[in-house]
Write a protein that binds this ligand. Structure first.
Ligand SMILES: [Zn+2]
Length: 214
């Protein structure tokens, strides 16, 4: 199928680039970087499936670091679109709200954007759903999860989140990188306590090693 005229026009004005290495590429990841290897969904400690584009390594990790630290917020769009491609249809429940894990207001002010909220918006546009970037608030400033062991990570984020608006019937939670799942689980508990069914947790990447700084 030929590319739509709007795609051609966009490519002519600003050629698409690889999210991993920034070379001109029609694909999200160029041939040299290669697309991340798919990984099987894993259940969070609350029994919610965690879907991700791949493991936090190589070009995918490079893309996430570029998104957050370069910073390059425009990368949220192709990464969100790529996420839409790995999600099973069961996740596309009409009426579900895509909810990003919030940053603490201080970190949000430092960076100027919440990378998870941008990915949530891009994903929502692709899936014909709504994202609600301010549904959850981070009310407690927490230590960087990267600096803590597994047990300390769970304690660190418990009671860190509250609901800022009416709870939706069903939600999909999104974070950039999921490590032990402590942060997303703290968010799941806040939503479930208000009657929301959390259908899935979506991450750009999953890591079993040391998490990146948030
Ligand atoms: Zn590349």
């Amino acid at each position: 199928m030929p590319a739509p005229f709007t795609d051609w026009l966009c490519d002519w004005i600003a050629p698409r680039r690889c999210v991993g290495c920034d070379t001109v590429s029609r694909d999200t990841f160029c041939a040299a970087c290669g697309a991340p290897d798919p990984i099987e969904p894993e259940l969070s400690e609350d029994g919610v499936p965690i879907h991700a584009l791949g493991s936090y390594q190589g070009p995918l990790a490079a893309a996430i670091r570029r998104l957050k630290y370069t910073p390059c917020p425009a990368l949220a769009r192709p990464l969100g679109a790529a996420l839409a491609g790995v999600l099973p249809r069961a996740v596309l429940e009409p009426g579900s709200v895509i909810v990003p894990v919030p940053l603490h207001p201080r970190r949000l002010a430092e960076r100027g954007f919440n990378q998870s909220a941008l990915v949530a918006r891009a994903l929502a546009e692709r899936m014909g759903l709504r994202s609600q970037p301010r549904l959850l608030s981070r009310v407690r400033e927490t230590a960087q999860q990267a600096e803590l062991d597994r047990r300390a990570r769970a304690t660190n984020v418990s009671d860190a989140f509250t609901l800022s608006a009416r709870a939706p019937r069903s939600a999909i939670l999104i974070d950039d990188v999921v490590t032990t799942g402590a942060t997303v689980s703290a968010c799941v508990r806040v939503l479930v306590a208000q009657g929301t069914r959390v259908i899935a947790i979506i991450a750009l990447a999953r890591t079993t090693g040391r998490p990146p700084l948030s």
